[in-house]
Design a protein around this ligand. Structure first.
Ligand code: C2E
Length: 724
């Protein structure tokens, strides 16, 4: 049956409140002295005796229900929502038929009870078996009890609303947990699993049933450091939450990375009742991270630690070494002439060779030491736990030994050596930066000593490095400041002792460093790249000078200009020379270019092409410093040389040293056999000249005739010669 009022009869009334109401109803019955005081509760189509006064003569039974629409007093109260007072039903034609009369109840006084929502609860009422007008005091009393019951109803209603809200929230939360892509585990206080969500099942491969009651340690991979678990339990037993990364194992044995947030759930007394763990599978992120790490800290070509990681490890080694009162060695390694080999090999094979060199280094160091690649052909070895330099020396010698074996790459064999610079903490530096710098200086020194060797750092190298730095600083902008000047040294025909040519030699006069030898600044300019601008300057200046001399009628000699191997790496060299000749208005016949073995060793096609173009322009090509390299002879045959310049180191001792004499004699004979003109450098004495003339040397150059001089001085010399 549909109720005629909005009713809310499903809300439970707690036993506490019921007990309260019972007391109130008993009190009302006592005070007003009636056989029945009642709280009635409406249901759909019925009304229930909800609480009744417990006096013996009460004719109503608790829980007893009567149908509505039967003319009950209470129904009228509920209908009108007002107080009803019937003093004597028997005498009241409106009430003389009501069902309570049958129970002997002929008077009634009642008030409505409603929920705060407006739904009807029922009534509070008193009934008497005799006529009763319920004076003002009684009616107020009933009203006061009604108000108090009404307050309870308000409370019950509010709380029911709250718990309904809470229920809704819990429902929502549990749905969220169920559907969450994040794995959720709830355990009891002893870490036995009580709940896992579907994401857990999916990530771990375990079903909820399989893990119930188990410890989450079933997921452990054995790869997470014990310290991490200790750390976690320390937080949890301290009732703190913990978060971190762990590597776990799925049911099928596969490893995965997870980010874990675990928190204790505390009871009302503050004791741990559960643990709630949330896990995210971060394997993918981890993989990305590792890749980034790999890129950031490892060299892609060789897989060795890169500069950043090596420096990092060095810092760490230095801290440990200080604590243990031990030393750290830094070995700076550079592959000798790798550039040339690389140029002749091509990129891929060059890379392969670097990888092979990296393996050799790796195979020659002690376990625990670090080999890193600094870029290019530079490597670094870090050795800790060193007590003396002997420890390092034996390792370096072993490494040099490993490099003695030929490298095999693309079916070819290569000899590739390495130079080592060594610095040891704390003597050669306390910081990573200082040690690296000093190992680098030592390497520079080893290179200067002829490569394929090693040098320990010394203080004098420091000074050398400082000087080099100063040199670089001063060289910067020196060309624009006009600090460079081209000097000229005559070349003299042995038979006539006439000047048949001049060699352009660069001079640098710096306000801070004074006069700097080209032996010193040319290698630095080659390394910094400044040689390109310097080379261009010399070419331009010397050709313009030659043009001036020619315009003065001094035209029966050539101009020799030195070219650095670095200039030969530029594809535009031949064009540059051609342009300089054109600007000076000269033909190629008046120019001689002196190149060293270094240019040819790289063996690249570019060198062949450039030399061919230059020769085609009528330019004379001279091999400079003959005798100082190893393969000069084969190069002589292979390339289009016109002139051979015998290095002054052989000429120097020619009068005293029979071996040098032999060598020079053989060189001249061979050059002549190949149709080359021979120029001997560094002739200082008549005796040397006599010997050279005896061997058939064509031209000499040296202090005997003149040091390199300014253009003005040489003009005077040329004019003087013309007179004779
Ligand atoms: N002791 C002694 N030395 C003599 C004698 N006659 C000549 N010399 C020196 O021998 C060197 C000959 O030049 P180099 O072998 O081409 O050797 C040159 C050359 O390799 C390089 N260089 C000089 N100018 C240039 C340049 O413009 N470009 C390039 N790429 N290199 C240059 O620097 C080197 C040294 O140049 P310099 O100091 O001018 O030294 C010059 C010259 O001054 C002598 O009788 N006794």
């Amino acid at each position: 049956m549909v109720s005629k009022y909005p009713i809310l009869d499903n809300l439970a009334i707690s036993p506490n409140i019921l007990a309260n109401w019972q007391e109130s109803i008993n009190l009302i019955a006592d005070i007003i002295q009636v056989p029945a005081a009642l709280i009635m509760r409406v249901h759909s189509g019925e009304i229930e005796v909800f609480v009744k006064s417990s006096n013996d003569d009460n004719v109503y039974e608790e829980g007893e229900r009567a149908p509505l629409n039967t003319g009950l007093y209470c129904e009228t109260v509920m209908d009108t929502q007002r107080e009803l007072l019937v003093a004597n039903a028997l005498e009241d034609p409106d009430w003389d038929q009501n069902p309570d009369i049958e129970l002997g109840m002929i008077s009634y006084c009642g008030l409505p009870l409603t929920w705060p929502s407006g739904d009807v609860f029922g009534t509070i009422c008193v009934l008497d078996s005799k006529a009763n007008s319920y004076n003002e005091t009684y009616r107020k009393l009933i009203a006061r009890f009604r108000d108090s019951i009404q307050l309870s109803l308000n409370d019950i209603y509010a709380r029911s609303q709250e718990s309904a809200q809470a229920r809704r929230e819990i429902q929502l939360l549990s749905q969220a947990v169920q559907q969450s892509p994040v794995s959720v585990i709830i355990t009891d206080a002893r870490a036995r699993i009580e709940y896992v969500n579907p994401a857990f099942e999916e990530i771990t491969g375990f079903t909820a049933d399989e893990v119930m009651g188990q410890n989450p340690s079933i997921l452990q991979s054995g790869n997470t450091l014990a310290g991490r678990y200790r750390d976690m339990w320390q937080s949890l037993t301290g009732k703190q939450s913990w978060q971190g990364e762990m590597q776990n194992r799925r049911k099928d044995g596969q490893l995965y990375w997870q980010y874990l947030h675990i928190a204790p759930v505390l009871g009302e007394q503050g004791e741990v009742e559960h643990y709630l763990a949330i896990q995210m599978d971060i394997s993918y992120q981890k993989e990305q991270e590792e890749q980034l790490q790999q890129h950031a800290f490892y060299d892609l070509l060789t897989g060795l630690p890169n500069r950043a990681l090596v420096l990092n490890r060095l810092e760490q080694c230095l801290v440990d070494a200080k604590r243990n009162q031990q030393r750290v060695a830094v070995l700076f390694i550079d592959l000798d002439d790798f550039k040339k080999v690389n140029d002749s090999l091509g990129h891929e094979e060059g890379d392969e060779l670097l990888r092979l060199a990296a393996y050799r280094l790796q195979g020659g160091i002690r376990r625990g030491d670090t080999v890193g690649r600094f870029g290019g052909d530079e490597f670094v070895v870090l050795m800790d736990g060193i007590t003396s330099s002997n420890d390092v020396q034996s390792v370096v010698e072993q490494l040099l030994e490993r490099f003695r074996e030929l490298f095999r790459c693309s079916g070819r064999e290569f000899r590739l050596t390495a130079s080592f610079g060594i610095a040891l903490s704390p003597g050669d530096g306390e910081s990573a930066a200082e040690l690296m710098k000093n190992a680098d200086s030592a390497l520079f020194h080893a290179k200067k000593r002829g490569r394929n060797t090693y040098s320990f750092f010394t203080d004098s190298m420091n000074q050398e490095a400082a000087r080099r730095l100063q040199l670089e600083e001063q060289m910067h902008g020196a060309l624009d400041r006009g600090e460079f000047e081209v000097f000229y040294q005559p070349k003299v025909d042995v038979a006539s002792e006439c000047i048949t040519g001049v060699e352009a030699l660069l001079r640098w006069q710096n306000p801070v460093l004074g006069s700097v030898s080209p032996m010193v600044f040319i290698p630095v300019a080659e390394q910094t790249g400044l040689i390109l601008a310097l080379g261009h300057f010399v070419l331009e200046q010397s050709l313009q000078q030659l043009q001036q001399w020619q315009s003065m009628g001094l035209n029966d000699f050539t101009m020799a200009v030195n070219l650095s191997p670095v200039q030969f790496r530029s594809a535009t060299l031949a064009a540059e020379v051609e342009q300089a000749l054109a600007i000076a208005g000269l033909s190629g016949n008046s120019l001689e270019l002196e190149i060293t073995e270094g240019v040819l060793m790289s063996g690249q096609a570019l060198v062949d092409d450039t030399l061919a173009t230059l020769t085609a322009m009528g330019i004379t090509i001279a091999m400079d410093d003959f005798g100082t390299g190893y393969s000069s002879l084969s190069y002589l045959r292979r390339y289009p040389f016109h002139v051979l310049k015998i290095d002054r180191s052989f000429v120097n001792d020619i009068a005293e040293d029979p071996a040098d004499r032999e060598l020079v004699c053989a060189a001249i004979a061979m050059a002549q056999g190949l149709g080359l003109k021979v120029v001997a450098e560094g002739v200082e004495t008549r005796e040397q000249l006599r010997i050279l003339a005896g061997y058939g040397c064509d031209v000499v150059q040296g202090y005997l005739f003149s040091k390199p001089v300014t253009a003005g001085e040489l003009t005077a010399m040329l004019l003087e010669q013309r007179k004779h």
